[in-house]
Write a protein that binds this ligand. Structure first.
Ligand code: YSA
Length: 241
């Protein structure tokens, strides 16, 4: 039977996947690699290797879905659903020698109540650059370039000092949208302890890293008022992409 409506029935790419492709093109054109890591992580990669002390309150900043301990498990480490894409930085640095330039997109999970800007599972995209003489100025310059490429040259971006145990100094980045600022990213200079933990000499190399929320990027880019709309199977929304 002939189907004249084929385009409507074959489905199409989800806006988050579209954005990952678009962001990948921007970073590929300036020499960045792409890498992926597991969604089921160990406590070591999600927290310890990122300089988050065992009893530190920053572990509570990201409410974690822990897995029940399995006596037959092949690892003594506790397992969890990763709360951010930052553990992929550690895995990448363990397996590659500097200079490094890489982006790492993926799904992350947080045990928290949802609202218009918070989902319990959402997408982040991590960035990492390690080399000789890398400074905060390089980070700011790269992000400004990226925001203009992605949102257009009229985008308004601001940087605020912030704290993440795996960077020093750290910043949060906001974009002005619909009359107010929306936080879209954490970033900073990779902490020397994180570098030495993966065998990179912090006296020789420095790096910056960032982790952006792809869902909030989608809200801004496509004017989506509520992040939860991205995960409802409502064709009235997805047919618009
Ligand atoms: C910081 C410094 C680095 O060197 C590298 C990465 C980071 C980011 C850090 N790993 C992190 O996850 N920070 S964060 O908790 O502030 O989240 C980063 C971004 O994810 C936020 O700016 C926001 O855009 C998005 N986000 C956070 N919680 C969310 C969310 N998006 C949707 N729903 C949620 N519940």
């Amino acid at each position: 039977m002939q189907n004249n409506n084929l385009e409507k029935t074959v489905g199409h790419i989800h806006p988050i996947s579209q954005m990952i492709r678009e962001i990948h093109e921007i970073f590929k054109s300036i020499g960045y690699d792409i890498a992926f890591g597991p969604e089921l992580e160990t406590e070591y990669y999600n927290f310890d290797a990122l300089n988050v002390p065992a009893d530190h309150s920053s572990r509570d900043m990201q409410d974690t879905f822990w897995l029940k301990a399995d006596p037959k498990s092949i690892t003594p480490d506790k397992l969890l659903m990763r709360t951010h894409t930052s553990p992929v930085q550690i895995r990448y640095m363990e397996n590659n020698k500097p200079p490094l330039k890489v982006i790492m997109p993926g799904r992350v999970f947080r045990n928290e109540a949802t609202d218009a800007t918070h989902e319990a599972n959402f997408f982040q995209l991590e960035g990492l650059c390690v080399g000789v003489d890398i400074t905060m100025k390089d980070l700011k310059g790269l992000l400004e370039y990226f925001f203009e490429k992605f949102f257009g040259e009229n985008v308004q971006v601001r940087f605020r000092p912030s704290y993440f145990p795996f960077v020093e100094p750290g910043v949060e980045v906001d974009v002005f949208t619909k009359g107010k600022w929306m936080e879209v990213m954490g970033a900073g200079m990779v902490h020397p302890k994180v570098l030495s933990g993966v065998g990179i000499d912090p006296n020789e190399y420095r790096g910056f890293a960032f982790g952006l929320g792809l869902d909030r990027f989608a809200m801004i880019k496509y004017g989506i008022p509520d992040v939860r709309m991205l995960y409802q199977p409502d064709l009235r929304i997805f047919n618009q992409f």
